[in-house]
Design a protein around this ligand. Structure first.
Ligand SMILES: Cc1cc2nc3c(=O)[nH]c(=O)nc-3n(C[C@H](O)[C@H](O)[C@H](O)COP(=O)(O)O)c2cc1C
Ligand SMILES: [Fe+2]
Ligand SMILES: [Fe+2]
Length: 386
C-alpha cells in the first residue's frame, strides 16, 4: 500500500486481510493494518515492527525503501506483539541496530524475549530527543494508552506525531470506509478504560505543531486533524457524541424483544433524536459497547435466567463495567416467568458505575407484555427522554 507522508518518511506497514479476529475478539470484516514507518536522515530510524503474521511482507517493504542502506534505530513505541513481534528478527538482521525505548519498555522486554539487548538499548524519557540529522525525534510518555510502556514520538521537522495505538482504526489501509465508526469501535474497546490517560496525551499533543498523525493501525491522518482530535477529546472525557437512545436487548423466545421493539416505536413517536437498537445475542459485542458510549442514553432489556440475568447481557454489562462506562442516563426492562431477577443484576452493575442516572421505572414483564407493562414502557420512554 502506497502511503505518502513526507519526502523523508516512508510507510512500510502491512495489511492483514485474513485474520479471523483481531486480538482474538474483534471482528474485523475489513481486516487490520499494522503500520510501520522509516525516517531517512543522516541516521535511519524504523518506527515499530509488525505482527509476526506479516513478517515477510514487512521485510520486503523495509528492504525496498532502504535500498541497501542499514537502519540505525528501531523505535519501540509499544511492546504489544502486533507491533513488537519482529524486534529480535531485526536485531539479527542488522547487528548494529539500536533499540529505542523507555524504562518500562526495557523492563517488560525480557517477559517477551529471551535475548540480551543491553548493548543495543537507547533508553529515553519524557522530553528526550533523538537526533537523526535534520530530523529530531522527541519522545513523550503515554502510559496506559493502553499499556504502561507506550510512548509517542514527535518529529519537529516534518511535524509528524507517531501516536502508537492512539488514533488507530480497524480496517486495512485500502478499505474505503468512514473513519469515525471503526475508529470509535476501536477506541472504546481498546482504550476506553483509559480516558484520563488519553486526556494526558492530548494535553501533550496540544503543545505540538502537528501536521500529520501516524498511528500504528489505520490511515495516516493529515487533513482536518481538528476533527480527529475533537473526537478523541470527547471520547476520552466520556462525553456522549450523539444525543439519542441506544436500546440493547436480548431475548430467548421473543417476548423481551417485542418489548424492546415497542419501546423503539414509542421513542420514535416521541422524539427526533436518534434511536439505535441491537440484539446482543446477534450483534458484534464491540459494536454494542461502542454504541453504549456513543449515545447519551441507554435502555437495557433482559430476560431472567437461572436466578440471574441472561448471559449475553451479563457479558455486555461486564464489558461496560471494565471500560468504565459512565455519565449516562439508563433505563431497564426485565423479564421473568416466575422470579424476575434481571433488573436487580442490571441495577447492581449500574450502581457501581460513575454518574449513571437510572430512570425511575423498572419495567418488569412477566413472560409477555400486557397492558400495564406496555403503559410502563410509555413512562420509561418519557423518563429516558426527559
Ligand atoms: C434456561 C432458562 C432459565 C430461566 N431462568 C429463569 C429464572 O431463574 N427466573 C425467572 O423468572 N425466569 C427464568 N426463565 C424464564 C425467562 O426469563 C422468561 O420465560 C422470559 O419471559 C423470557 O423472555 P423472552 O421471551 O424474551 O425470552 C428462564 C428461562 C430459561 C430458558
Ligand atoms: Fe496495543
Ligand atoms: Fe496495536
Amino acid at each position: 500500500m502506497e502511503v505518502k507522508i513526507s519526502d523523508s518518511i516512508k510507510y512500510i506497514g502491512v495489511d492483514d486481510k485474513d485474520i479471523d479476529l483481531f486480538e482474538s475478539q474483534y471482528i474485523v470484516k475489513n481486516g487490520i493494518a499494522y503500520n510501520s514507518y522509516v525516517i531517512f536522515d543522516d541516521k535511519i530510524a524504523v518506527m515499530d515492527t509488525v505482527d509476526k503474521r506479516k513478517t515477510d511482507e514487512w521485510y520486503k517493504n523495509l528492504e525496498n525503501v532502504l535500498g541497501g542502506k542499514t537502519p540505525d534505530y528501531l523505535v519501540v513505541s509499544h511492546l504489544e506483539p502486533d507491533h513488537a513481534s519482529n524486534i529480535l528478527t531485526i536485531c539479527e538482521k542488522y547487528p548494529d541496530i539500536k533499540i529505542v525505548g523507555n524504562v518500562k519498555t526495557f523492563s517488560m522486554f525480557p517477559q517477551f524475549f529471551d535475548y540480551n539487548i543491553e548493548d543495543r538499548m537507547v533508553e529515553v524519557k519524557e522530553g528526550d530527543t533523538l537526533d537523526l540529522g535534520s530530523h529530531k525525534l522527541t519522545f513523550y510518555m503515554a502510559p496506559m494508552v493502553h499499556w504502561p510502556e507506550v510512548m509517542v514520538s514527535y518529529d519537529s521537522t516534518d511535524k509528524v506525531l507517531f501516536s502508537a495505538d492512539a488514533f488507530g482504526k480497524f480496517g486495512t489501509l485500502d478499505t474505503d470506509e468512514d473513519w469515525d465508526c471503526e475508529a470509535r469501535r476501536y477506541y472504546f474497546n481498546i482504550c476506553g478504560k483509559y480516558g484520563v490517560q488519553v486526556q494526558n496525551l492530548l494535553k501533550k499533543a496540544s503543545a505540538l505543531d502537528i501536521k500529520t498523525i501516524c498511528p500504528l493501525h489505520g490511515p495516516v491522518l493529515s487533513d482536518n486533524l481538528e476533527h480527529y482530535l475533537h473526537l478523541y477529546d470527547m471520547w476520552s472525557k466520556y462525553e456522549p457524541e450523539t444525543d439519542g437512545v441506544f436500546i440493547a436487548y436480548a431475548s430467548i423466545h421473543g417476548n423481551t424483544k417485542d418489548a424492546a421493539l415497542k419501546l423503539y416505536d414509542i421513542l420514535k413517536s416521541k422524539t427526533d433524536k436518534k434511536i439505535a437498537i441491537a440484539d446482543l445475542s446477534r450483534s458484534d459485542m464491540a459494536e454494542c459497547v461502542e454504541d453504549a458510549f456513543r449515545y447519551s442514553k441507554m435502555i437495557v432489556a433482559a430476560p431472567t435466567y437461572d436466578g440471574g440475568i441472561f448471559p449475553v447481557v451479563n457479558d455486555f454489562l461486564h464489558h461496560l463495567e471494565i471500560k468504565t462506562y459512565r455519565n449516562r442516563r439508563v433505563g431497564m426492562i426485565e423479564n421473568g416467568s416466575w422470579a424476575p431477577m434481571a433488573g436487580k443484576v442490571m441495577k447492581s452493575y449500574f450502581e457501581k458505575m460513575k454518574n449513571i442516572e437510572l430512570a425511575g421505572t423498572l419495567v418488569s414483564i412477566r413472560s409477555s407484555l400486557k397492558d400495564d407493562t406496555a403503559k410502563q414502557l410509555e413512562t420509561l420512554a418519557d423518563e429516558i427522554l426527559a
